[in-house]
Each structure stands twice: as structure tokens, then as C-alpha cells.
Design a protein around this ligand. Structure first.
Ligand code: URA
Length: 297
């Protein structure tokens, strides 16, 4: 066994190593690599094709006792291997995507259709669909940006650190995703339904592929108010390039198949985790939501 006696004895080296690991985890690195190069796209294609359950104890780090099985270094003359690209998602015209979404007559059917939908490239790298949480029919619907690592693992939106902050913020205006009362609950989803690799921002094309389903989810969940949490959902729903700091705090409306729905653009909880001084703006936005709910009782 190889022992790094220096860093074992040096607490600052240990905490630096822990900080690096935490940073990797935050950036979406889900597993350690082995000494042997592995083609992750090939593996996920094979897993998807065979739908094989990976045993939980499958080791991805080689034991330090195992012989090192390094591939021979390529000779200078050897041709460089061409990196494999993930196969492109099957293309689908936008009116076809809209037709698929509009054909769904319930949120369950929408979730099943999304689970079969292959035209959003994010699906290829995500673990599973992350559609919605909370109470369909709640007066308030929240639309965030994209699932992160925790959401990807659990298949439910806003279950990680941002979700914990979101729950606390909602509790301040007497809303709770676990409530069965439409007036006291929320329905929660995202502007894209699969985790972008490394938690990057979803691209415009990815957002556009999911938007017909998000709009249909609004029509089927029938909220009175939509809270668009962050720039990406606010810009997509309101079809504007305006930045979230300018847009937040003032009521907008979107026209849907169930009529006009009020939208409150606000700051994303993960931004608030990084910039706690901005929480006062989000608080003002939530107070405006509460006032509208009370006025419409
Ligand atoms: N951030 C989001 O925008 N959505 C989630 O579901 C989690 C984090």
C-alpha cells in the first residue's frame, strides 16, 4: 500500500486535498477514473442499450495493491487516436416537438413522453429524467434552470443545496412542496429536464427542445403564478434577452393555452448561495408573490 505520510501528518495539505475533491464534486465529477482510459460515451451507450444495472459495489478506482495496468505509451510515429464524439441526438423539427407536448393530456403522460423523448442531447449524458416535484395544481409553480448532480441522482428537481435554500425561502411565505393544499404548496420543475454535463448552463438549443414541454407542464399544472428562478428560465419563458437583475421583481405575463399566467422573475437560489447579500432582493420578490396570492384569495 502506498502511504502519503507527508500529507497524513500535515493538516493543511489534507484540507487542501479535501477542498480540491469538493471542487471536483461541485463541478459534477461523479466518479474517480482508473489508470486505464475508459470511453464513457461508449459505456453509457452500452448501458442504455442493454439497460444493465451496474452493481453498486463496482469499483472505479483500482486498489493500490492491484498491478498497474498502464497501456503502452504510443510511439511518436503512431497516429493519434481520434477522440470519439457522442452520437448526435436524433433531430426533430420544432413543430413535431410541440405536437408531442400538446398531445399529452396529463402531467403523468407528459413525464412518460419525456422519458421516451431522445431529441434533447442532454439526455445522453444524464442519469435519468428529472421532471417535477411538489403538488400539481398548486397555485404557485417554480421553474428553475437545470437539474444538478443531486437532482440527476434522485430524479427530482431542487433536492440539493439550492433546493434546501429554496424550501427555506418558500417557508417564509407559508409554502411547502409537501403540502396537499393547493394554496399552501408549490409545483416545481426546470427549464430543461436533464442535467447538463458538469452543471454547465444549458445551451439555447437544449432549452428550445424542452420549452414546449415546459409550457405544456404549465398548462396541465394550471398554476396562478409562475416563479422563474434565474436568468435561463426567465429569458426562455418571457422570450427576452434582458438580464435577470433588471427583470427580477416586476410582474410579467405569458400567454398559454389556459390563458395568461403571471410570472415573477427572481434570482436563482444557487446565485443566492454564492451572493448572500442578494437575498434581500429575492425576499422582496417573494413578498410580492405572497401579496398577489392573498389579493386573489
Ligand atoms: N438548480 C436548478 O435550477 N434546478 C434544480 O433542480 C436544482 C438546482
Amino acid at each position: 500500500m502506498i502511504e502519503d505520510t507527508k500529507s497524513n501528518q500535515n493538516p493543511s495539505a489534507q484540507s487542501a486535498a479535501a477542498a480540491v475533491l469538493q471542487w471536483y464534486a461541485d463541478m459534477g465529477v461523479g466518479e474517480a477514473t482508473s489508470c486505464v482510459p475508459a470511453d464513457g460515451f461508449q459505456q453509457s451507450e452500452e448501458l442504455n442499450a442493454r439497460k444493465v444495472a451496474v452493481p453498486e459495489n463496482t469499483a472505479t478506482i483500482q486498489s493500490s495493491r492491484a498491478p498497474l495496468n498502464r497501456p503502452a505509451a504510443p510511439s511518436p510515429q503512431a497516429p493519434r487516436p481520434v477522440p470519439r464524439q457522442p452520437a448526435a441526438a436524433p433531430s426533430m423539427a420544432m413543430d413535431e416537438v410541440e405536437g408531442l407536448a400538446q398531445a399529452c393530456t396529463s402531467l403523468d403522460e407528459l413525464a412518460r413522453t419525456l422519458d421516451q423523448f431522445d431529441a434533447c442531447p442532454l439526455k445522453r449524458t444524464a442519469t435519468q429524467l428529472c421532471f417535477a416535484d411538489g403538488l400539481p395544481g398548486a397555485h404557485v409553480m417554480i421553474i428553475g434552470e437545470a437539474p444538478g448532480r443531486d437532482e440527476d441522482e434522485q430524479g427530482r428537481p431542487f433536492v440539493g443545496r439550492s433546493g434546501q435554500l429554496l424550501d427555506k425561502m418558500l417557508a417564509c411565505i407559508d409554502l411547502d412542496r409537501k403540502s396537499d393544499d393547493p394554496a399552501g404548496s408549490v409545483f416545481i420543475s426546470n427549464i430543461v429536464f436533464w442535467r447538463p454535463p458538469g452543471n454547465r448552463k444549458p445551451s439555447t438549443a437544449e432549452v428550445m427542445m424542452c420549452l414546449p414541454f415546459v409550457k405544456r407542464a404549465i398548462e396541465l399544472a394550471r398554476p396562478r403564478i409562475v416563479i422563474a428562478a434565474g436568468a435561463t428560465p426567465a429569458q426562455a419563458l418571457l422570450d427576452t434577452p434582458t438580464g435577470i437583475t433588471r427583470m427580477r421583481g416586476s410582474w410579467k405575463t405569458i400567454t398559454t393555452g389556459i390563458g395568461e399566467v403571471d410570472v415573477m422573475p427572481t434570482l436563482h437560489p444557487s446565485y443566492l448561495l454564492r451572493s448572500p447579500e442578494a437575498k434581500r432582493f429575492a425576499w422582496r420578490d417573494l413578498v410580492a408573490v405572497k401579496a398577489k396570492l392573498l389579493a386573489e384569495q
